[in-house]
Design a protein. Structure first.
Length: 209
């Protein structure tokens, strides 16, 4: 099993085309089965930015068998207040994926991808609901024990470096899976790469963040 995780491409003024092209080359070289994208495909959630993001994902889809993706806080309108109030995810669902939460059962892994974006509250910090906890538990419960259990959302559970502007999710993270095993948690948002080994108190198993 080989999973490639990327995040925060930010199509728009901040998008680095050289990085985007290099990522596609790496996908081809790595021959991964699954690409996981943990949000922020766009910078300001405009139609043109989503069109560009969709074009990149279409190219990536030629190189992997599966793409699992979730929205980030930049994938909803920030300043278009009417859209943010009444249809914050419409463009994301039109161009990226119709489902904001996903359960993917692969040959070697079960991946649960959750929408941690809340348009009006905790936009920067993120939030998960009890309904999403139940969805996660259901997804992993239906998975074979020999599969890797992967949890994906945009906002980080914990910030290990001081981040006044990007605090971790305000969520009892041991409860997210309802006691089901979680092996790997993939997030984005911080524009920094970190790997941490944690102890999942709910299951007594090690877990990579």
């Amino acid at each position: 099993m080989r999973i490639v995780h990327i995040s925060d491409l930010h199509f728009g003024p901040l998008y680095d085309a050289e990085v985007g092209e290099s990522l596609l080359l790496c996908l081809g070289d790595l021959k991964a089965k699954t690409l996981v994208v943990s949000g922020d495909m766009t910078q300001r959630a405009t139609r043109s930015q989503f069109i560009d993001a969709r074009a990149w994902l279409n190219r990536a889809a030629q190189l992997v068998d599966n793409i699992v993706i979730c929205p980030g806080n930049h994938d909803i309108p920030m300043f278009r207040v009417w859209e943010r109030a009444f249809s914050p995810f419409d463009l994301y669902q039109e161009f990226i994926h119709p489902d904001l939460d996903q359960i993917f059962h692969g040959e070697d892994a079960t991946i649960v991808s959750l929408n941690s974006v809340r348009p009006w509250s905790r936009l920067v910090q993120g939030k998960l609901s009890r309904k999403q906890f139940l969805l996660t538990a259901e997804g992993f419960k239906k998975s074979n024990n020999d599969k890797v259990h992967v949890l994906v959302f945009h906002h980080p559970l914990i910030t290990f470096q001081k981040q006044d502007h990007h605090p971790g999710l305000d969520v009892p993270w041991q409860e997210i899976s309802g006691g089901e095993r979680v092996d790997l948690v993939l997030t984005g948002h911080l524009h920094d790469s970190e790997v941490h080994l944690m102890h999942d108190e709910a299951t007594g198993k090690p877990m990579l963040l």
